[in-house]
Ligand binder design. Sequence first.
Ligand SMILES: [Mg+2]
Length: 263
Amino acid sequence: MLKDKRLFLFDIDGVIRLGDKIIDGSIQLYDYIKKIGGKSIFITNNSTKGAKDYVQTFKNYGFDVDESNFLTALTITVDYLKKHHSKDLIYVMGTNSLFEELVKNDINVTKDYNKNIKVALVGYDNELTFDKVVTTCKVLQTLDITYLATNVDLKCPVSYGFIPDCGGIVKFIEIATDKEPKFLGKPAPEMVLKALEVTNFNKEQTLVIGDRFYTDIACGINAGVDTCAVLTGEINKDDIKTTSYKPTYIFDSVKELLDELIR
Ligand SMILES: [Mg+2]
């Protein structure tokens, strides 16, 4: 039941904001969830920013947030590497800030080819060079390694259209190498499972709210929790008939979700 939900896991872009504009009702919904003793966590496939980077931006929007309100693909990647590859040498193709974040978390990383590499990690990289791509191709084809990528998103919206996101960069490399990574962000269930772990709510009390089927809604389904699609971002009403990721609930926007909760 919608009224029993207490843990609300929101995608950000297309759900809470469009560009830098806050979507109507999102702050009121956030405050309402707090009032009923619930928790909101914003879950995003951004692999270049951690929770800390989002707090000030959201405070400026008017949300009463702290670091516990955010889970990013970066957080999930750090967590995953600590859990499964704490002793392994990890080759990283990504931004400097991704690399630095891994170093800060005592993860053993390199940007250069080395025969002791056990894991290759690819993230969104707006500092990408062809040299990096060549090194990654060599790592993937000459070493017996685990291949990971931070997030499956193919493209990233910008003011004039789209540019390649992590999933797009991975496709580019796949054409040459035939190698496919395991993706760590949404739709893998880890983000939802991590949110359940750090709060004390159960799956029945949890709702994932998103504007994209193959990441947000699929993530909720994979984690075994209810999902809610909003139509303020990528999804339109016709897509709902054709998708294999059927959301539990559909609302025009977070405002209508709030209206239903307080009704
Ligand atoms: Mg979105």
